[in-house]
Write a protein that binds this ligand. Structure first.
Ligand SMILES: [Zn+2]
Length: 619
């Protein structure tokens, strides 16, 4: 059994392989099929690592995947799903989802499950539930069809502390109070900090303020996901700010719904991606993206400034989206006769200038709009980039068709029809990559031992059918969806089952009871490190690198066993970084070492302990 044949990682230590092999053998040989198991037969397994499809049967038992191999025979009473010609993949993990409230109102999450989503991450764009613990407990008590994880939202934290008086930088005492709330959210299970800097109140947050909050999430192993300050002409500057926050707070940065949203920046994907890739040499940087060339938001985001009475601003805004015919009003609470019409159409019917109509809308409140403002070439270029993964920016019922169509649209339109990326790459961007972003060790890859979140779809027919006029229309081709081993979609229909779980980011020291398959980390033998830290009394036995660590912090941690040995510690600290980076340079995506002290491991265990921010298991 070659666990890592498809792993993108160049290097894994022998003990790690031995350990996994042993545990894999155990599960494969000991568990008999039972009536609670499901056999998915003869499908093309695409496992979420980016490896190409292979023919195999997949057995789910309880909430786990127990076997992935050809030639499995159905046991008596076992449920069998015939999947010949179909793709069997891990369930899709949506890193940017707005179902925070709807998950309780519509726990079947039918539009989500129907497109193959098995885990959604809410609390995005700076919004989301507070307190996090209460939200997750509510989900425990009233489970949904899909798994739900959450971020702690910077905007809501800010509102809680500053109330209505938010149109200014926060004061030191307020920042301290916000840090407490972020800490609480992380400690209760949030996966990181989100911000929405085009919205109130995040718009008024300073970079320093964001760094101060991100530091708190970083210390608890979280990442910083951001709807950047500007997705229009100032996109590059806004991306740079996000990179700065990551660098200063030592936190992985994730750009939400990466896009170039005005004509002024169209075609500049290379420049945007260069900002991400440059930063990725020093930090862990990723992004997500949705497969549409129009966005959904409110009239507010059309104006980068906040001077709503400046008519020139609105004229400019309309130019930036390519004209008033590119602005579709989906919901205007003050006058529903606008709903479903373009701004150009409303202006024509009122015999007014579009900019005046827009100003009037903003004066009377705000409207939800769709802006067709992206270049299709840019959309495709972002999908091709290895740092970019798929998200929906959707929700169970939203006005934008991406809420019901994102994943089938990528598979049908961008993979099958346009061949923008290979199928296995697209699946990886929907499964293995987001799982890794979350440090979720037991989902996102289809292998024995992982949670049984599985999608079976027909690659020849899968396609989205939701449109601006019918945004909840179900897709075609998604045939079976399992969440924790239970079917939530069967033969393309919702079963009404609600096997989803509230996922918590509580770091565990997984030790040698680590999951069968954590996100692979690089490992380097301790003897190599001796060259760097020879005088150190207790050299770490194994260095593990997961793209999330700061080398200075890692070195300090390594030195900690020698707290009583000041000389050794200072020797290590005198010149550690250069040496370690030289040593690990070829393996390192970022300044990120995790070091496990041999002293912490039982003498006969040839296994490292987990990282300080170890992989996360669902239970
Ligand atoms: Zn957003």
């Amino acid at each position: 059994m070659t666990l890592n044949e498809s792993s993108p990682e160049p290097f894994l230590s022998l003990p790690f392989l031995r350990l996994c092999g042993a545990v894999l053998l155990f599960t494969a040989s000991v568990r008999p099929a039972t009536a609670t198991s499901t056999l998915i037969r003869e499908g093309r397994v695409i496992d979420g690592t980016g490896a190409p499809a292979r023919l195999a049967d997949v057995r789910l038992e309880g909430d786990r995947i127990v076997s992935v191999e050809p030639g499995l025979r159905p046991a008596a009473g076992e449920k069998v799903v015939e999947a010949r010609g179909k793709v069997v993949a891990p369930g899709f993990i949506d890193l940017h989802n707005h179902s925070d409230r709807q998950i309780f109102e519509m726990p079947d999450a039918a539009t989500q499950a129907a497109q193959g989503i098995t885990t959604l991450v809410v609390g995005v764009d700076g919004g989301g539930p507070l307190p996090v613990g209460e939200f997750l407990a509510r989900l425990d008590a009233a489970p949904a069809a899909v798994n739900v994880a959450t971020m702690v939202g910077e905007g809501n934290v800010r509102t809680k502390v500053m109330g209505e008086d938010f149109k200014r930088p926060a004061r030191p005492a307020e920042i301290a109070a916000m840090r407490e709330l972020v800490a609480q959210g992380m400690d209760e299970g949030a996966f990181g900090l989100s911000s929405g800097l085009e919205y109130d109140p995040g718009y008024y947050s300073t970079t320093d303020e964001l760094v101060a909050l991100a530091e708190v999430a970083a210390a608890r192993g979280g990442f910083y996901a951001t709807h950047i300050r500007n997705e229009a002409d100032e996109t590059m500057r806004a991306l740079a700010e996000a990179m700065e926050i990551g660098w200063r707070a030592h936190i992985p940065v994730h750009i939400s719904h990466l896009k170039l949203g005005t004509v002024g920046v169209w075609g500049r994907t290379a420049e945007a991606l260069r900002i991400l890739h440059d930063a990725a040499r020093e930090n862990d940087v990723t992004a997500d993206w949705y497969p549409y060339n129009f966005w959904a938001s409110t009239t507010y985001v059309l104006t980068p400034g906040r001077d709503f009475e400046d008519r020139q601003t609105w004229v400019r805004a309309l130019h930036d989206v390519g004209g008033p015919e590119n602005v579709l009003i989906t919901h205007f609470p003050k006058d529903h006769s606008y709903d479903g019409k373009t701004l150009a159409a409303v202006a024509a019917s009122k015999r007014q200038d579009p900019a005046d109509v827009l100003m009037d809308i903003v004066r009377r409140g705000n409207a939800d709009i769709l802006g067709t403002s992206m270049s299709e070439a840019d959309v495709a270029a972002f999908l091709r980039d290895p740092l970019v993964m798929v998200s929906s920016d959707g929700g169970i019922e939203i006005a934008h068709p991406r809420g019901a169509g994102t994943y089938p649209r990528v598979l049908g339109r961008y993979v099958r029809e346009q061949r923008v990326v290979p199928l296995a790459t697209a699946i990886q961007k929907m499964t293995g990559m987001p799982a890794r972003r979350l440090r979720l060790a037991d989902r996102g890859v289809l292998r024995p031992g992982m949670k049984a979140d599985v999608v079976v779809f027909d690659p020849r027919t899968v396609i989205d059918r939701s449109t601006a006029a019918d945004p909840q229309a179900r897709p075609a081709g998604i045939e079976h969806v399992f969440v924790n081993g239970v079917a939530v979609v069967e033969g393309g229909r919702s079963t009404g089952a609600r096997p989803g779980r509230a996922l918590r980011s509580l770091p565990r020291n997984v030790g040698h009871e680590q999951p069968l398959d954590r996100p692979a980390v690089h490992e380097v033998r301790g003897q190599d490190l001796v060259q760097v830290a020879r005088p150190h009394a207790r050299v770490p036995d194994v260095v593990r690198v997961d793209g999330q660590r700061d080398p200075a912090a890692a070195v300090l941690q390594a030195a900690r066993p020698a707290d009583d040995d000041a000389a050794a510690q200072s020797t290590l600290l005198d010149h550690p970084l250069q040496g370690i980076e030289d040593l690990l340079g070829p393996l390192l995506p970022a300044r990120s070492l995790g070091i496990a002290g041999r002293a912490d491991v039982e003498a006969d265990e040839d296994v490292a302990l987990g990282l300080r921010h170890g992989p996360i298991l669902s239970e």
